[in-house]
Ligand binder design. Structure first.
Ligand SMILES: [Zn+2]
Length: 176
């Protein structure tokens, strides 16, 4: 499973990757050494808007996001990297913390979500870090359409001959 680390310019992309279930660190610090340490330690792919970073760090896996429009950046990632859009991991992470959310009982959810939601929904989840509560019928379900569109993009990308340096690097890594 690919893991990512994104720079501060890519907040929307970070949330969308988490929505898809991908472990994605949102790095807003200024300490570049700490950034690189995380990359190495946790074997993360760098997502950046810095077009010069790739040339400076040929040893790291870097995906430079060229798309200015945040609503198109996830599409760019999917087209450039072999991301699998796995239904199993969809909506398993907190969009704010990147933590895996955990199923909680109805008792635990009662009083913590709006009443009409409580009566509508059967399954609730909680982020162990920020305690935010999630449920399937929330805003998340509105994203299903978008995910379907992404799956479509994905199959197009697979059929095209689109290849990137990043993919080459990944296959090189796997051959080592
Ligand atoms: Zn959280």
């Amino acid at each position: 499973m690919m893991k990512f680390i994104a720079d501060r310019m890519l907040g929307k992309l970070v949330k969308e990757l988490r929505m898809l279930g991908y472990d994605t660190v949102y790095f807003r610090g200024k300490d570049f050494h700490q950034f690189i340490h995380l990359v190495r330690q946790e074997d993360r792919i760098i997502l950046t808007r810095d077009t010069k970073l790739g040339a400076r760090r040929p040893q790291d896996r870097i995906l430079t996001i060229m798309e200015n429009d945040p609503s198109c950046q996830l599409k760019e990632v999917i087209q450039k990297v072999c991301l699998s859009l796995d239904e199993e991991i969809l909506y398993t992470r907190c969009l704010l913390c990147n933590e895996l959310i955990e199923a909680i009982s109805l008792d635990q959810a009662e009083g913590k979500v709006p009443d009409f939601i409580f009566h509508q929904q059967k399954n609730f989840f909680r982020c162990p870090q920020c305690n935010r509560i999630y449920w399937q019928g929330s805003h998340l379900s509105n994203m299903k359409k978008r995910v379907k569109e992404l799956l479509h993009i994905k199959s197009e990308a697979r059929n095209s001959k689109f290849e990137t340096i990043l993919n080459d690097q990944i296959s090189n890594d796997q051959n080592k």
